[in-house]
Design a protein around this ligand. Structure first.
Ligand SMILES: *[C@@H]1O[C@H](CO)[C@@H](O)[C@H](O)[C@H]1NC(C)=O
Ligand SMILES: *[C@@H]1O[C@H](CO)[C@@H](O)[C@H](O)[C@H]1NC(C)=O
Ligand SMILES: *[C@@H]1O[C@H](CO)[C@@H](O)[C@H](O)[C@H]1NC(C)=O
Ligand SMILES: *[C@@H]1O[C@H](CO)[C@@H](O)[C@H](O)[C@H]1NC(C)=O
Length: 493
């Protein structure tokens, strides 16, 4: 079993890499050289013997060392990340391992949506990502390695024509990349696909894929432009929120929804916009306060220093808006945003806006920005939601200049977000979705399981796509591994 699970220890270097064993000419005396040669011979003999010993069971069992490779580009709102995977096939099924030898990723900022005004420029970052992947894949394997690009909320927010222009630029790069690629592999995926993929990788990581549906782990993810809620529900979920996944002979009916515009950056920007509007409307001696920004922060001065969309937006703010951090007020303001439209809820129950949400069931991981804010404040895994409130209260009421002194290495752009994010997290998870502050069922995480697999939806996308590919190869003799069905639309690769 050991040698099957761990064939990588005896990996032969991919042929595009130069040998790490470069010998320099010995400058020392001949005697020393002879000793060195003898020592080297003994060592290499021992290594050969060792290799044979390790390889023997592998060779005898007929296992052939053929790695496969695949790359997935997650084109998110704040940046694009390429994930490069190496896997292998055993008994007709793909075997995954997300350790450092088999998985690598690289992220480049900004996201593709930043090229809305100049789609052509998107090719530069995609080219760089492709080059990174090619550096990790042997040349001979490249044309059999899939490359896909899946864009999420940042792109979903753009006009369809603009989306398509940007995608077309990326397709041109991918077509000539040397990878196996089809045009439909570069696409904008739906928020619920994203949620389902995140659910798959989480349950794969903790080993619950294939077990009792009610023993699975749900995902709440706070992204930059959208937020996803995905979990197995035994309620009668309306079809537009329901997805079905099969793994082996187990079928999972999953509630999955992506709340567009309610990602952390997007929500923060919308709050700023509405404050700006009321400030612009206010009379000269009236001051509108921003409860989600620590006092002493001046809006006008920072616009040039940062390229982020949020800060660029600020340059348009008028002087009658004043930062005056107050956690309770910020919490109320964000709660109002999350509840907007709730009076029009057409379902039995809407936790956020007028969107159906079933009662919470099972265990949950809170990922992405939930994780980043929690680790920034060094919250404890157990009581993190309860601890978020005093942490946010202290942070929000602090002077901006003191915060900059206290966290000299943190980017200002991030520091500017933490008062808002603490309040937003509490109003989303506790005030809206109904997690108790001491609810042990929800933990923040960005990795899970013994192998600490990253809780990144792109890994789930890779698992689903690769499993499906190998299901069709062996459909005659082996059962389905991961099937993926939707009540709404057939999932298209
Ligand atoms: C799935 O099939 C296996 C045998 O192939 C069986 O042992 C197991 O109980 C089945 N699980 C469910 C949930 O039906
Ligand atoms: C701002 O003023 C305009 C008209 O002057 C009005 O229609 C709008 O409702 C006002 N907005 C706010 C937020 O007060
Ligand atoms: C911001 O700009 C104003 C004038 O434009 C200046 O008086 C003030 O000192 C600046 N503040 C900082 C922190 O640079
Ligand atoms: C923050 O706002 C709340 C509610 O409006 C108010 O009761 C409290 O006094 C404010 N805190 C500070 C420090 O101004």
């Amino acid at each position: 079993m050991e040698s099957e699970m761990d064939p990588l220890k005896v990996e032969i270097l991919p042929d595009h890499q130069s040998s790490p064993y470069t010998f320099t000419k010995p400058k020392s005396n001949p005697k020393k050289s002879i000793i060195l040669i003898i020592v080297a011979s003994i060592v290499s003999f021992a290594i050969t013997l060792g290799l044979l010993f390790v390889l023997a069971p592998v060779l005898l069992s007929g296992w052939t060392s053929s790695f496969r490779y695949s790359a997935v580009i997650d084109a998110g709102s704040s940046g694009s990340r390429i994930h490069v995977f190496r896997y292998w096939i055993k008994s007709g099924k793909p075997v995954f391992d997300f350790g450092a030898e088999n998985y690598a990723s690289l992220k480049l900022n900004p996201g593709l949506s930043a090229y809305a005004d100049n789609p052509e420029e998107a090719s530069v970052s995609v080219t760089e990502l492709v080059e990174f992947a090619k550096g990790r894949i042997p040349k001979r394997s490249l044309k059999e390695s899939d490359i896909m690009l899946m864009a999420t909320a940042g792109m979903r927010l753009l006009d369809v024509n603009v989306q398509e222009q940007i995608l077309e630029v990326t397709r041109r790069v991918l077509r000539s990349s040397g990878f196996k690629f089809q045009d439909e592999w570069a696409r904008v995926i739906s928020g619920s696909d994203e949620g389902i993929y995140a659910w798959v990788v989480a349950n794969y990581a903790v080993g619950s894929l294939g077990s009792d549906p009610l023993q699975t782990t749900g995902i709440v993810e706070l992204g930059g432009a959208s937020a996803q809620v995905t979990f197995v529900s035994s309620e009668n979920v309306p079809p537009e929120f329901s997805r079905t996944i099969t793994y082996g002979n187990v079928s999972y009916t999953i509630y999955s929804h992506s709340f567009l515009h309610l990602g952390q950056n997007e929500a923060h920007q919308r709050l700023w916009e509405s404050l700006h509007k009321s400030a612009a409307n206010s009379t000269e001696d009236e001051i509108v306060t921003d409860p989600c920004t620590p006092k002493g922060y001046t809006y006008e001065n920072n616009s040039q220093k940062h390229s982020s969309r949020i800060l660029a937006e600020e340059s348009r703010l008028t002087g009658s808006l004043q930062a005056f951090g107050n956690f309770s007020k910020c919490r109320s303001a964000t709660f109002a945003m999350l509840q907007a439209g709730n009076e029009n809820c057409p379902y039995k129950h809407c936790s956020i806006g007028s969107t159906y949400t079933p009662d919470l069931q099972g265990h949950f991981f809170a990922t992405s920005n939930f994780y980043y804010t929690s680790t920034f404040f060094e919250l404890h895994e157990k009581d993190w939601l309860a601890e978020m409130i005093p942490a946010g209260r202290r942070y929000c009421k602090e002077e901006w200049s003191k915060l900059k002194e206290k966290y000299p290495t943190t980017k200002e752009e991030y520091l500017l977000g933490y008062c808002f994010s603490t309040a937003y997290i509490i109003s989303m998870l506790h005030d809206s979705l109904g997690f108790a502050l001491n609810d042990g069922r929800i933990e923040f995480a960005n990795k899970a399981g013994e192998k600490e697999i990253p809780l990144d939806w792109a890994l789930g996308a890779f698992i689903v796509q690769t499993s499906r590919e190998h299901t069709s190869d062996y459909s005659g003799k082996s059962r389905k591994m991961v099937g993926f069905m939707s009540n709404v639309a057939k999932f298209k690769v």
